[in-house]
Design a protein around this ligand. Structure first.
Ligand code: PMP
Length: 322
């Protein structure tokens, strides 16, 4: 679907996957006005297909668009476009379990010009790709590297938007995580480099017995849809769930004295991933015995059962496609 200044949204088309031809002076290549979303369609036990919370993705896409001075796509148009792709590719939605069809809606400037200003032409597209279970052979805890040198986002920046530039800015720190033998980078706040924000592509949760804490949305972390869903699921299951602040010191001390019993990360791609160990320039430590915890696995099962249609959907999150 195209957007042109003065004309609005027009030219919705369903076309076979193919490369785009891009002008070398396309503004996106230079000034990075590009945003995206990620969501999944799951095969339901009766053979139908349903997407998980597309309306939440549509709203976050509007928030991202506003932050990058891009036009807002109406929520219904976003959902219709995703439905059209899923409808076309329904045979690609795997037949059962954790496998899914991953959907990637995105929008970028198509105007040609070398001046820094909001573009006056954009293209919104949706592409799809089958996604297997994230962990072949069972859930495996990840090791994380605390990034003290680089930050992903700063107050007033674009951290709360799902903008391409945020991911470009994170690549060096992710490479450092790998160099230190870790799977993922964990971001700290930009000012004090002490408060936990989020992981590479996932939000974090800290478990202390019956209490569950996730870093509050400060404006510099992404408001994850899985994060939001788990706030509700955990409360439904009777946990005492809070959004708040947790520092590196709190995390280290909590693991040393046993008050932090589990830590996990959550996002569309991996659903829920236990965090087993932490490395930083200050100290290294493990979370409990480093194995997936009970609460983590219980929440994972609860969320996946809603998504795969094997449990009731009390919050009306599944969007049926028939
Ligand atoms: N944080 C970042 C930086 C991400 O890229 C993602 C993935 N979209 C998340 C958190 C988790 O968000 P969601 O649950 O909506 O996938």
């Amino acid at each position: 679907i195209r957007w042109t200044e003065g004309r609005g949204w027009h030219d919705a088309q369903l076309v076979p996957y193919a490369p785009l031809s891009i002008d070398p002076a396309n503004m996106t290549l230079h000034y990075a006005q590009t945003i995206f979303e990620g969501l999944k369609a799951y095969r339901q036990p009766d053979g139908t297909v349903a997407t998980f919370r597309p309306e939440a993705n549509a709203k976050r896409f509007q928030d991202s668009a506003r932050r990058l001075a891009m036009p807002e796509l109406p929520v219904e148009t976003f959902i219709e476009a995703v439905d059209a792709i899923v409808g076309q590719d329904k045979a690609w939605v795997p037949s059962a379990g954790e496998q899914s069809l991953y959907l990637r809606p995105f929008m970028f400037a198509t105007e040609v010009g070398l001046g820094v200003k909001p573009a006056n032409e954009y293209l919104f597209m949706v592409i799809a790709s089958p996604a297997g279970a994230y962990f072949a052979g069972g859930v495996k805890p990840v090791s994380v590297w605390l990034s003290e040198e680089y930050v992903r986002a700063a107050p007033g920046g674009t951290g709360a938007a799902k903008a391409g530039g945020n991911y470009a800015a994170s690549l060096v720190a992710q490479a450092q995580a790998i160099e230190h033998g870790c799977d993922q980078v964990v971001w700290l706040d930009a000012i004090e480099r002490s408060w936990i924000e989020e992981m590479g592509g996932m939000n974090l949760y800290f478990v202390s017995g019956n209490k569950i804490l996730t870093p509050a949305l400060t404006g510099s972390l992404l408001p994850g849809i899985t994060r939001d869903s788990l706030l509700k699921i955990a409360a439904d299951l009777g946990y005492d769930v809070n959004e708040g602040r947790i520092s590196v010191e709190d995390w280290k001390r909590g693991c040393a004295d046993g008050t932090i019993t589990e830590v996990f990360a959550c996002g569309t791609a991996a659903v829920i991933t236990p965090v087993g160990s932490v490395k930083s320039t200050r100290a290294d430590w493990t979370v409990a015995d480093g194995n997936p915890g009970k609460v983590t696995m219980k929440l994972r099962e609860a969320l996946l059962s809603i998504q795969t249609g094997t449990a009731p959907d009390p919050h009306g999150w599944m969007h049926q496609l028939g």
